[in-house]
Ligand binder design. Structure first.
Ligand code: 13P
Length: 254
């Protein structure tokens, strides 16, 4: 049985006020959610404490990035141990914006995944192809390589903590969602790659991200290999985010 997760990645947006208002609203709405979905909010690091204060334990909290190093003279970085210390359960690793603007390679992703796991936090490892790569017919091979290389340091007893988010770069913030069928096909391909590298593929949660909105979430979440979503823009609008959380079908996945 796989975890069903809807996570809101605020990116570099929001405020202390939004953290208080939105999380309070989401938590209140969650009382009437009975579809078994785990809701996670991933605000900018400076607002993690505000979100945690409002989460009441029923909303999970994560960070958008961590350092690949354990501690020391790395000005501006956040250690995975600090993320754990604060009470966060998740850390995004290798988001395409980190890969694009901060030069995060698969090697760095692998080091961060190892560090996050060592701290007892669950990494949400982001993978996805660019439009150019998709048009060249390389989408599956690009994503397969990101999965293989990003997860190459995961030990056999650590797979239960791994979450993967497939986010095609061309669908992020563009309003162009992958069709439910395209997303399902890629998720199924990712599961095959996981099986090939010896991971328990059927028990790993795979999230889809890229212009998920209240009106397309249900079709995506209905697919057998899509276990949830990583939501950007729509996670900043409380009603839309709750509506996306409600779109998860009841029952088990996997
Ligand atoms: P949007 O939902 O805004 O397309 O962002 C997706 C994303 O990058 C989430 O991590």
């Amino acid at each position: 049985m796989r975890r069903k997760i809807v996570a809101g990645n605020w990116k570099m947006n929001g405020s202390s006020d939004l953290a208080k208002q939105l999380v309070g609203y989401v938590r209140a709405e969650l009382d009437t959610l009975d579809n078994g979905v785990e809701v996670v909010i991933i605000p900018p690091a400076l607002y993690v404490r505000d979100v945690l204060d409002q989460s009441g334990g029923s909303v999970g909290v994560g960070v958008q990035n961590v350092s690949q190093w354990a501690s020391g003279a790395y000005t501006g970085e956040t250690a995975a141990d600090m993320v754990k210390d604060l009470g966060c359960g998740y850390a995004l690793v290798g988001h395409s914006e980190r890969r694009q603007y901060f030069g995060e390679s698969d090697e760095v992703v692998a080091a961060k995944v190892e560090r996050v796991l060592a701290s007892g936090v669950a990494p949400v490892v982001c993978v996805g192809e660019t439009l150019e790569q998709r048009e060249a017919g390389e989408a599956e091979s690009v994503v397969a390589a990101q999965v293989q290389q990003g997860l190459c340091r995961v030990a056999a007893d650590q797979w239960s903590s791994i979450v993967i988010a497939y986010e095609p770069v061309w669908a992020i913030g563009t309003g162009k969602t992958a069709t439910a069928e395209d997303a399902q096909n890629m998720h199924s391909a990712i599961r095959k790659v996981l099986a090939d590298i010896g991971a328990p593929a059927e028990s790993i949660s795979l999230l889809y991200g890229g212009s998920v909105k209240a009106d397309n979430a249900a079709a995506l979440f209905a697919e057998p290999d899509i276990d949830g979503g990583l939501i950007g823009g729509a996670s900043l609008i409380a009603e839309d985010f709750v509506s996306i959380c409600r779109s998860m079908p009841a029952g088990t996945k996997g």
